[in-house]
Design a protein around this ligand. Structure first.
Ligand code: ATP
Length: 262
């Protein structure tokens, strides 16, 4: 590979199709996510963004098309297999268990590792204890980087909306992703916490993480995401910097004449 040739995509989607009864949600979607980017996937309501996320993360099967992650065809694999491969998603509504503490919620997600089980616990108790301690250490480190240390022993139910969003990102980080899919990470979050979440995601990118984000808050997208991929009616529309796509007449038309601005 020459120095000028682009790095291969970490995620490559081609000709993805999915209908619900007569409703065509994905109509041949194609896109690529380059390693080390925070890429946004935007588009008007009903464009198919959530359906794309669900197909990528294995929650639903596409009718046709391919999802290639790091060179591996993961189309139609079960969600746990996809998580195990290093592609992890967070949910728009934080999925944490409300009555568990933040620490316990983080630990739950970190345990989805292969090779664990009752037999290992009986046969190798010391090894299990060491692994549990390592997991706790990781949970504390994840909480620290997301400014959640103060609330580590609080029940998830007692967190603010923004802290729940951070815990949801933390849960995803516990699975040690190489590609993190974030579904509306700042929906319903106040502007100052939204800026804090953007800064956490920027730090993850600076450490080499790749992130794909669906988000309606355009100031957040403008400040953090490059490139921005716009989809409409189940397909790829355009891609570029936020400024480029916001100035694109096709994008403005897709948003029904509304100006897209930060
Ligand atoms: N389970 C479902 N059953 C029937 N129709 C569905 C289902 N899921 C999505 N759709 C339809 O598919 C189309 C795409 O929906 P999708 O939720 O993927 O879009 P979106 O871009 O995520 O929208 P939004 O920004 O409003 O969340 C819409 O017309 C939607 O009504």
């Amino acid at each position: 590979m020459t120095e000028s040739s682009p790095q291969p995509a970490l995620l490559e989607i081609s000709d993805l199709r999915r209908s619900f009864g007569g409703v065509v949600a994905l109509n041949g979607l194609a896109l690529q996510v380059r390693p080390g980017t925070v890429t946004a996937l935007i588009g008007p309501n009903g464009a198919g963004k959530s359906t794309a996320f669900q197909c990528i993360s294995g929650v639903i099967r596409p009718d046709a098309g391919r999802v290639i992650f790091d060179g591996q065809d993961i189309t139609g694999l079960r969600p746990d297999r996809i998580t195990g491969a290093g592609l992890v998603r967070s949910f728009q509504i934080a999925r944490g268990i409300p009555r568990l503490t933040v620490l316990e919620n983080l630990l739950l997600y970190g345990q989805a590792q292969p090779g664990e089980g009752v037999a290992a616990a009986i046969l190798r108790p010391a090894a299990m204890r060491a692994r549990e301690e390592a997991l706790r250490e990781r949970a504390r480190a994840v909480a620290a980087r997301l400014n959640l240390t103060r609330v580590l022993d609080n029940q998830a139910a007692a967190l603010s909306g923004g802290q729940k969003k951070l815990m949801e990102i933390g849960r995803a980080l516990m699975a040690e992703p190489r590609l993190l899919l974030l579904d509306e990470p700042v929906a319903g979050v106040n502007p100052s916490l939204s800026a804090e979440i953007a800064s956490h995601i920027g730090s993850l990118r600076d450490e080499g993480m790749t992130v794909l984000i669906v988000e309606h808050h355009m100031d957040f997208v403008a400040s953090l995401c490059d490139p921005v991929i716009v989809m409409a009616e189940g397909r790829f529309l355009v891609q570029g910097s936020f400024e480029q796509v916001a100035a694109d007449a096709r994008v403005q038309e897709a948003y029904m004449g509304r100006r897209v601005h930060a």
